[in-house]
Design a protein around this ligand. Structure first.
Ligand code: NDP
Length: 237
């Protein structure tokens, strides 16, 4: 069913993992999709050919690149900010430059992209940011900086929802638990620790996360805004 026909969508960070599943799902639902990548040119090209989406190289660590990309892809009906990196490790040992780069990608980019999109976004538009269950809970050592970046998405959504509500634009955060991607492979070293916290003892699939994004970007979700939508197999239950 083409629930997103005539909708123009931009997915920041769409070349791999959860972002690629979101690109596939929005394209399948009829949207005119553009997605960005940073380093994975071959994967981006293959996904563009598979889905008919347009792709553009744009580093989410750069505010100028992000706002230019949003401007050029717009005016948008749908913005999904998925690009993210995870630096996990003891706080006293993490490279501060790497932490600052994570802050640029995980916090500054979602803020500036959302605001830039909002300038020209159609009434009734949709902004979805991929946060993390670690925005709510950090049940292991080494997650301070990453968890901080994902908690920041919560206030961004709450505040921006109020700014944009008069135009019928919704702003939501999807908070996955462990999802089987390059970032967090289902057979990785953290698997048993993570599964021990969970009600459903498996990693989620990127397609499961994309399904929630499809609902939030779709026509039935116009009354859902300023909210966090956790999809984590009970990780945080
Ligand atoms: P992956 O590492 O598998 O993929 C990351 C995607 O983001 C790639 O398409 C990558 O593009 C893109 N990206 C990363 N940095 C940049 C950048 N500087 N500029 C543009 N694009 C960039 O991660 P996941 O799919 O697992 O994660 C996606 C999102 O979901 C992230 O925000 C992550 O924090 C969040 N998340 C993931 C969980 C998990 O368990 N997997 C759990 C909770 C949240 P490229 O390769 O081209 O650089």
């Amino acid at each position: 069913m083409s629930t997103l026909a005539q909708k123009r969508a931009l997915v920041l960070g769409g070349s791999r993992g959860i972002g690629a599943a979101i690109v596939r799902r929005l394209a399948r639902d009829g949207a005119d999709v553009t997605f960005t990548y940073s380093g994975s040119a071959d994967a981006a090209q293959a996904l563009a050919e598979e889905t008919g989406a347009k792709t553009v190289q744009s580093d989410s660590a750069s505010r100028d690149a992000t706002t230019r990309t949003v401007r050029e892809a717009g005016p948008l009906d749908i913005l999904v900010v998925n690009a993210g990196v995870a630096m996990i490790g003891e706080a006293v040992e993490l490279d501060p430059d790497g932490v600052d780069r994570m802050i640029d990608i995980n916090i500054r980019s979602p803020y500036h992209a959302s605001v830039e999109a909002a300038k020209t976004m159609a009434d009734g538009g949709r902004i979805v940011i991929i946060g993390s269950v670690n925005g709510d809970r950090v049940p292991f050592a080494g997650g301070a900086a990453y968890g901080m970046t994902k908690s920041a998405m919560q206030s961004l959504a709450r505040g921006l929802a109020r700014d944009l509500g008069p135009r019928g634009i919704t702003v939501n955060v999807v908070q996955p638990g462990p999802v089987d991607t390059d970032m967090n492979p289902a057979d990785g070293p953290m698997r048993d620790v993570m599964h021990s916290f969970m009600a459903i003892k498996r990693h989620g699939t990127p397609a499961e996360i994309a399904g929630m994004v499809a609902y939030l970007t779709g026509p039935e979700a116009g009354y859902v805004t300023g909210a966090m939508h956790t999809i984590d197999g009970g990780f945080g239950a």
